[in-house]
Design a protein around this ligand. Structure first.
Ligand code: NAD
Length: 274
């Protein structure tokens, strides 16, 4: 399809928009994933801890879209960090998903106090060699954790999935990613929906004849991020993908740049979390 893709440092590529399924119950995930794929999405972002991998897998199959055309991401949960445990966690995820590989496997959080994320990264490297993960990456690797895993293994993650939205724009992490050749993927791209009643965003949306959600998703695309908005509502799943018929002006982007806020982070800080 002609939707935008970005290319990883391993040569493979990822559709720039995916469906996020955090807080989507297993049975609801079936319908949400099927709706998204029938709408044209070719990328789904789940995780073992979301407890909906079985529903996601069922939705993939119900869509009728060939597995090879779909980009599927899942993540190893903190409790499963460590070399052998991660290998087993991957097999359990593949079993629940009903597929023999994922396109991208991520370490969900550094969970640094466990002291296991380097061994976990080594397991992901093996899983890529075995073909169970086509590409490997990390999530919430802020601070110096990226440098630590690269120094220990010589392998650079394909991407880092971090909290990123107009109120929390992650300028320092983005600069680091660019330097290291790592793509930036935005989680909670809509600020968990809290940014949708922002007056400035509403104003830009009105001028383009689009919705606030579409403006924010377009912002992530125009900034070069991978974006995984979550919805279970069919009309919103369709709306969030209907973003290829407009682009933001330099003036729009400058206005959105001004929304970045020191207290914009939602939830826990990866340097101290879990
Ligand atoms: P989000 O920013 O995508 O916001 C989702 C919420 O916005 C929905 O629940 C709904 O209330 C609202 N919404 C969505 N589309 C809308 C529309 N068109 N109109 C009006 N309201 C709309 O929030 P999220 O779910 O936190 O993040 C997206 C995805 O990112 C998750 O589903 C998950 O896949 C991923 N994620 C990853 C991590 C991580 O630690 N790696 C953490 C959080 C989320």
């Amino acid at each position: 399809s002609n939707q935008p893709h970005l290319t990883f440092n391993d040569g493979l590529s990822i559709p720039q928009i995916g469906l996020g399924v955090w807080q989507t119950p297993n049975d609801v995930a079936v319908q949400a994933v099927e709706t998204a794929l029938k709408t044209g999405y070719r990328h789904v972002d789940t995780a073992a801890v979301y407890q909906n991998e079985a529903g996601v897998g069922e939705g993939l199959r119900a869509s009728g879209v060939a597995r090879g055309e779909i980009f599927l991401t899942t993540k190893v949960w903190n409790d499963d960090q460590g070399y052998d445990q991660t290998l087993r966690a991957m097999d359990a995820s593949l079993d629940r998903l009903g597929t023999d590989y994922v396109d991208l496997y991520l370490i969900h959080w550094p969970s640094a106090y466990r002291g296991k994320f380097v061994d976990t990264w080594k397991a992901l490297i093996r899983l890529r060699e075995e073909g169970k993960a086509k590409s490997i990456g990390v999530s919430n690797f802020e601070g110096d954790y990226l440098e630590e895993i690269i120094a220990a293994t010589g392998v650079t993650p394909a991407l880092n999935q971090i909290q990123l939205h107009p109120r929390f724009q992650q300028r320092a992490m983005r600069a680091k990613h660019e330097k290291l050749g790592i793509l930036t993927e935005s989680w909670s791209p809509l600020g968990q929906g809290k940014l949708l009643d922002n007056a400035l965003v509403a104003d830009i949306a009105a001028r383009h004849g689009k919705s606030p959600a579409q403006v924010i998703i377009r912002w992530h695309l125009d900034m070069g991020f991978i974006v995984i908005p979550k919805s279970v509502t069919p009309s919103r799943i369709v709306e969030n993908f209907d973003v290829f018929d407009f682009t933001l002006s330099e003036e729009d982007k400058a206005a959105i740049a001004g929304l970045d806020a020191a207290d914009g982070r939602i939830g826990s800080d990866p340097l101290t979390a879990q």
